[in-house]
Design a protein around this ligand. Sequence first.
Ligand SMILES: Cc1cc2nc3c(=O)[nH]c(=O)nc-3n(C[C@H](O)[C@H](O)[C@H](O)COP(=O)(O)OP(=O)(O)OC[C@H]3O[C@@H](n4cnc5c(N)ncnc54)[C@H](O)[C@@H]3O)c2cc1C
Ligand code: SF4
Ligand code: SF4
Length: 1021
Amino acid sequence: MFLTISSEKVFKIWLSDPSDSEQTKQTAFHSFKKRISSWRFQIKNIVFLQKLKFMLEANYIQLIKILSVTIDPKRIITNPLQTLAYGTDASFYRLIPKIVILARTEKEIVEILRQAYPLQIPVTFRSAGTSLSGQAITDSVLIVATHGWKNYKIFDNNTRISLDPGIIGAKANAYLSPLGLKIGPDPASIGAAMIGGIVGNNASGMCCGTSQNSYKTITDLRMVFFDGTILDTTDPNSIADFKKSHPEMITAIENLRDEIKSDQQLFQRIQHKFKIKNTTGYSLNAFVDFEDPIEIIKHLMVGSEGTLAFTSNVTFQTVIDEKYKSCTLMIFETIKAACDATLLLKSSPVSAVELLDRKSIKSVENDPEAPDYLKTLPNTACVLLVECRENDLEQIKIKQDAIRNCVDSIPTLTPYQFTMDPKQYSFNWKARKGLLPTVGGLRKTGTTVIIEDVAFPLHRLAEAVVALVKLFEKYEYHDAVLFGHALEGNLHLVFSQDFSTPTEVQRYSNLMDDLVVLVVDRFDGSLKAEHGTGRNMSPFVEKEWGSKAYEMMKRIKKIFDPENRINPGVLINPDPKSHLKNLKPMPKSNEWIDKCIECGFCEPNCVSEGLTLSPRQRIVIAREISRLKATNEDPERLAQMLKDSTYMLDETCAVDGLCAMACPVNIDTGQFVKEWRSNHISESQKKIASTLGNHIAETTATLRTTLNIVGGFQSVLGNSAMSKISGGITTISGGAIPKWIPNLPKGSHKIKTAAINSGDETPIKKHFSSYEIKKGVPDNQILNTFSEELKVVYFPSCINRSMGNSNLYDKEDPVLIDKTEELLKRAGYTVIYPEDIDNLCCGMPFSSKGYTETADVKSNELEAKLMTVSENGKYPILYDMSPCFKASKDHFKRELSIVDPIEFMLDHVMPRLKVKQKRESIAIFPICSAKKIGMTDKLMEIAKLCANTVTLIESTCCGFAGDRGFTVPELNAYSQRDLKKQIPAGCYEGYSTSRTCEIGLEEHSGLNFKSIFYLIDEVTK
Ligand SMILES: Cc1cc2nc3c(=O)[nH]c(=O)nc-3n(C[C@H](O)[C@H](O)[C@H](O)COP(=O)(O)OP(=O)(O)OC[C@H]3O[C@@H](n4cnc5c(N)ncnc54)[C@H](O)[C@@H]3O)c2cc1C
Ligand code: SF4
Ligand code: SF4
């Protein structure tokens, strides 16, 4: 009885302490339950446990109920698949939130905090989730503030920019770039990380150092506190109101300030610690640098890792983004020499100095662009990548000389030159930036990639580097590479770690213990220089700062969050082992995705992110499914996950592969999803696909007829009636028959046999006889090899052979195939078609659905036919759809000169025609395949030749994804939700290079969207 009562008491106290995770509590309860053996105790404890579970759950249920009144319930997520997906960040920790709320406005944040706090429910804020130390995860309520948080304003003569927390750092820079400006903080993750997290972590990178980080460059902040109160430091009224409503908070901050200022030892310690980069614990320098409590609050928020309040807007002072950038690799014989040189460089006009140890260089020396001498460097060598920037070409030379003079006294192994050559410049930086992915990509499947992030006083850097290398050798982390922002004494050690066995966890634990002693006791450095304390370093904050400063930090937390409900367990955590708990499993799943480091860099490129899953989230789910299958731990959960993944993981993926463009380890999640689809296809479905593949002519003919019949009904019934009827049919068929849309095109027509290979009526000018057709030869070389006759093989895609013009706009215009032939002839080409054209297909419509075998058959067949018609590659082959071109480019094995529609038009058609009357205003959309093969600029070039004003539509994939726009129209609608806002007044036409994408673009833009071939034809007639 005693045991039960006292246990009840203990558990009740524990329950109200949110510094421990719910997961930990639940596990402990289970073992507690097991331990009590007597039946009386059992019954009592079961009753107690159920009461407790009920109490826990009831509060969450209550919260959902209350919030659903003001927040769209669709944005309050409890589905296990999505909570796991959203719960994941880039760290190696895993907690699964009970509720994920996709908050869109500050009003919603106020409401969530006002309701959650009294219910004793902890909340965690999240922006891009690229954090590495476990600060953006929770097992309670995760508030994701990304979509809807995109407002910005540049003001005060361009000296300031105010940004919502959901704006990606690189996007903020894109707004400022035309002004020659940028924001100060420059983490390597800036392409994905968002303002909320950049400020939350006080993130920094190669160039910003400690002088242009968020702490130094924020001028104002708008915050929401635990009780829902808003403080906007740009607004004197808000400040006055806050001071009136929260006098005790102001007094507490002032007391802390005065205590610190009157304690010289502590005051100086704080000053000293922030001379180098430091993100361990709170920004205590706020008390040293500022007098005004509002300024102190503002600066305490920087680097507070979402543990004090929510940031709803940030104003930064803008900084110069120099026009000219040059860099060099200085190679020194030893690490010591490189570190000594860094000390000297500190007083020279450098913008960045990055250190790369010999192992780092080894991992990039086989890159085709790497200079040969890298391979011959001795094992002791160490490289400094030195950057120099200026707005003026003469000045940059002066700066380069100054840098050279500064380090003259320390010999380098090879002579060095500063370079502005884009190829060399980008190799140097690619080498540096690719180090984390290189280790990540090479690691053993099932292991995690870990990046340590420490800083040392600069004058002891050499000693510290040597000590660190020895430490990693001691624990046999043989793949560890060392690099970092040398100028700031900031070093990263990247290595792989297995967390699947207790021995391996212990090895990591030992390493961490020794690392702490090395960094703190031996060098008085920072345990986290830029990645934030998170859960990873929370047990060691006191060790680094000492008990007096740590007590101050605990008081800060109490002032802002009296009941420890705002991101508990992060930054301040009494558990000395919190860095070893809740480790993320990394099970083997599928070769396409096993190397994923869950960094989240791919998310901004993904069309379904925010609708269902992002690429990272798809991978997380696939891994969990593999884990559940392997462990058989929870069959019910597995079944539910598999069921939900059909729509979330599979059906809403556009398989466009744009995610791969941002992935540091080159993962194309689209390819993985294609394989997933393929594995979930039945034999009978495969047979149907194969039959269709064998009867492309009949399939396209049927589609043409159907489209014409539907078009006929549309003209008779009108759009409104059609919409209703089709909606009904879709519902009755349970979604099997796709919904009709007014923008559905009419049918195309069969290519007339007479037209085939009949281009010889046109004047023959030159031909490609001497043209060496090689896959991969830049197409612009074609022109240099012309001789007499000008012939082109035209491969009209099966889509264009089926689908004609828009039923709404260009009913009477010639279909694309006729238009293309006419245009090519006007440009002087003889047009030849492949034999049996009606039956040809690139295979892409099959491969995108997972019918890889049929896709391969069709692609091989096409390749053979094109080989014949082009006389073994003698003539170039024009595609009229970019996706088909890309599919063939990736699949063909023989040396054929296939050409993308954009490239062919720009390089081989436009130079032969004269633009007679430019269009006034047009919009263009580079489809995914065009983006992936780098055709966006060329599409823009064509557009600018043809129109006075060109709007480049900003979007990821259009979401139409072949025919997915018909079957999963919400993906297309979601992708194009902001499309209309982008279209300027007076713009009525849009151009692209994929018929199906154009259907969706037309529907959501209200523009007449068609192939760029029409534009070229019309302006050159
Ligand atoms: C491959 C890789 C490289 C990286 N390189 C660097 C680097 O060079 N330098 C560097 O400093 N970091 C780096 N990071 C770490 C990380 O990307 C940065 O710290 C980044 O700024 C985090 O931004 P985020 O939007 O992902 O924030 P999140 O991870 O979502 O959140 C970060 C923290 O801020 C809090 N937060 C988020 N939004 C708000 C809000 N609106 N209000 C209050 N609190 C909020 C969260 O609770 C969390 O504690 C890297 C990460 C990866 C994966
Ligand atoms: S797929 Fe690539 S970019 Fe996306 S989370 Fe994984 S490693 Fe990062
Ligand atoms: S293929 Fe496209 S939709 Fe699918 S995960 Fe990648 S970016 Fe997202």
